[in-house]
Design a protein around this ligand. Structure first.
Ligand SMILES: N[C@@H](CCC(=O)N[C@@H](CS)C(=O)NCC(=O)O)C(=O)O
Length: 209
């Protein structure tokens, strides 16, 4: 078994994806809490030796350094969960990838400003007009996911795969923020289904602020 060390902080959605994959697969790893232990993101050693982007997560595997949360999830799935988190059928795997990339592109570009605007900005400093526009776009993103999981248990069908990890992490944020969400029954059922997983409840569903 490779020696793995994850650098991150629990409140980061990108770290949560890596953490979810590691814990879902019950893999042993060392955890380095970025804020307290290494003074992220300004620590020169971290920038120099681990992640020149100054971001988390970083996963070190037997001395090899991986950045990019979705890459980390894919690596762990392929290495430790072939045929399960990593679908063997290339087309099903591509479908998992669709939802991983959806989270990181379509969804994230709206989730980030809404999350920062609502959760990390004090009420008196919020740009409400801008927030309203971005929130509408975010609802549209999740309408897309709602359609995708209609008639399905998970994003690719009946089986939980790596594609559910980024989408599920983003979904928690969407559901946990105080937003006037449109009714999306399939999305709500999917969210309930994800909550059957102990790791989701323990590591993803944590207080937002
Ligand atoms: N594309 C990267 C993005 C990583 C990222 O943006 N991480 C955030 C935390 S969620 C971060 O480190 N932010 C640093 C900053 O905001 O200064 C990934 O998926 O890992």
């Amino acid at each position: 078994m490779a020696k793995m060390t994850l650098y991150g902080r629990r409140t980061s959605i990108n770290v949560q994806k890596a953490l979810w994959a590691l814990r879902e697969l019950e893999l042993p790893f060392d955890w380095v809490e970025a804020d307290s232990a290494i003074g992220w993101p300004t620590n020169p050693d971290y920038l120099q030796n681990l992640n020149p982007n100054g971001r988390v997560p970083t996963l070190v595997i037997d001395g090899t350094i991986l950045h990019q949360s979705n890459v980390i999830v894919r690596y762990l799935a392929q290495t430790y969960s072939p045929g399960k988190l990593w679908p063997n059928d290339p087309l099903v795997r591509a479908l998992s990838d669709v939802w991983m990339d959806w989270q990181q592109t379509e969804c994230y570009q709206n989730l980030t400003p809404v999350f920062w605007g609502l959760i990390r900005t004090p009420p008196e400093k919020r740009d409400l007009a801008q927030l309203k526009v971005q929130t509408e776009k975010l609802h549209d993103n999740f309408r897309v996911l709602d359609r995708a999981v209609t008639g399905k248990k998970y994003v690719t069908g009946d089986t939980f795969t790596m594609g559910d990890i980024p989408a599920g992490a983003a979904l928690y944020r969407y559901m946990a923020m105080d937003l006037d969400r449109p009714a999306m029954p399939a999305l709500e059922a999917y969210y309930t289904r994800l909550q059957e997983r102990p790791v989701y409840r323990a590591d993803i569903m944590i207080p937002l602020s």
